[in-house]
Design a protein around this ligand. Structure first.
Ligand code: IFM
Length: 407
């Protein structure tokens, strides 16, 4: 292939993404409690796993070491950072907010601003205060009232520093893993309460959208969608093609359609591609190239997802895209190849305005623990020292020059 230089539009945001629980350390919430539960430890023991690798514990100590993280962002020439707040830290008891936690988050956000880094702030990225879980968590309608109280606090205390809001991160992942396959807390399998949870997610999103907009009418508010690209296993088979239509609708559109009028941009998280067949086992991936987690690498799927979202006529930000690749052998091309397809979308007039690599640091990958390495920076689990991987240099060049060189 001849060398290509892909210029991105002026003002395109280049960033990296993290979430509070996965990097902060020292949190107590539904996840930390589940990680320590007997059921969980027995299962891990049976599988011969080292329990410590599956306890979030100190994570990357980013609550204290946020200055180090900002140094990494500067080294990467990032113009934006997507980070999250930990609800359980801010409201450790129902209705009682921790002033020092608010002040601490304010300090983090102010330091980002002083470093000319735009802030994309996530209010909820899967973890919940224990007091909420004791009342039924997201299955209880009261979550609507509780989340509004939390959202109001954030708007009042931190809202002046936020550039982009993400109310909920990938709510449908919690439906899939929390209520269908049981991999994530509350570990329910094929449980019909998932419908209550979905409707509470929708209501919470709408309410929070209004709360933010009442105070900041020009705010840019959305959610991060867990998207998927689907292709038929046999393009000539109408049933395979029907499967693709259904999968695309339920994964990418159904939830968003219900929020029309309540998002100012679309937040895209893209990791997954599936070749679908109407016959069990339904998924027939070729898996020519896979990540350490076994996920098929399919950069063209990003263009497909972006094209699908054009119909909403809103700016699109790719809020997560990344790879578990401990050897860092695949990551440089992974990033460039995905950006190639993002650029293809832009060339066709799709309004893509930013890209955030997941993740800045190796962090706690939920039920998988610490072994998957998504970071542009490796984190030493004893000293917490951050070390740039070679791919960090590749990404830093892209961010600095606002272009990708494909050779
Ligand atoms: O680590 C997660 C993140 O919390 C949500 N999106 C997918 C990432 C990789 O699995």
């Amino acid at each position: 292939m001849p060398k290509q230089i892909l210029k991105f539009p002026a003002g395109f945001l280049w960033g990296s993404a993290t979430s509070a629980y996965q990097i902060e350390g020292g949190n107590t919430n539904d996840w930390s409690e589940w990680e320590k539960s007997e059921v969980r430890s027995n299962k891990l023991e049976k599988e011969g796993k080292n329990l410590d690798d599956y306890l979030c514990g100190s994570a990357c100590k980013s609550y204290e070491l946020f200055g180090e993280d900002i140094k990494c962002l500067k080294e990467l020439n990032c113009s934006a950072y997507r980070l999250g707040l930990e609800w359980s830290r801010l409201e450790p008891e129902a209705g009682k907010f921790d002033k020092s936690a608010i002040a601490h988050y304010r300090l983090i956000l102010k330091t980002l601003k002083e470093n000319q880094i735009k802030i994309v702030l996530t209010l909820w990225h899967w973890t919940n205060p224990v007091w909420l879980i004791k009342q039924g968590g997201w299955e209880n309608q009261k979550v609507r009232q509780y989340f509004s109280r939390y959202a109001r606090l954030i708007v009042n205390e931190l809202g002046d520093l936020v550039d982009f809001w993400v109310i909920l991160n990938e709510p449908l992942m919690i439906i899939g893993h929390g209520y269908l396959d049981g991999k994530f807390p509350p570990n329910k399998k094929f449980n019909p309460t998932l419908f209550k949870v979905i409707y509470n997610f929708l209501a919470v999103h709408k309410q929070s959208y209004k709360i933010i907009h009442n105070r900041y009418p020009k705010a840019r508010v959305s959610l991060a969608m867990t998207t998927g690209a689907f292709t038929p296993a046999n393009i000539y088979n109408p049933l395979d093609r029907l499967m693709v239509k259904l999968a695309n609708y339920f994964r990418n559109d159904w939830f968003l359609n219900r929020l029309k009028g309540y998002f100012d941009y679309i937040g895209v998280n893209y990791y997954h591609h599936d070749r679908l067949s109407w016959r069990p086992p339904f998924r027939k991936n070729l898996n020519k190239k896979i990540t350490d987690l076994g996920w098929e690498i399919y950069p063209a799927g990003l263009e497909q997802v972006l094209k699908n979202y054009q119909k909403y006529q809103k700016p699109i930000y790719i809020l997560e895209n990344g790879i578990a690749d401990a050897d860092d052998k695949l990551r440089p091309d992974f990033i460039k190849d995905h950006l190639f397809y993002a650029h293809q979308a832009i060339k066709q007039g799709i309004d893509v305005r930013g890209y955030f690599y997941w993740s800045l640091l190796d962090n706690f990958e939920w039920a998988e623990g610490y072994w998957p390495k998504f970071g542009l920076y490796a984190v030493d689990r004893k000293t917490f020292k951050r070390t740039a991987r070679p791919s960090a240099k590749v990404y830093a060049e892209i961010c600095k020059n606002n272009r990708v060189v494909i050779s």
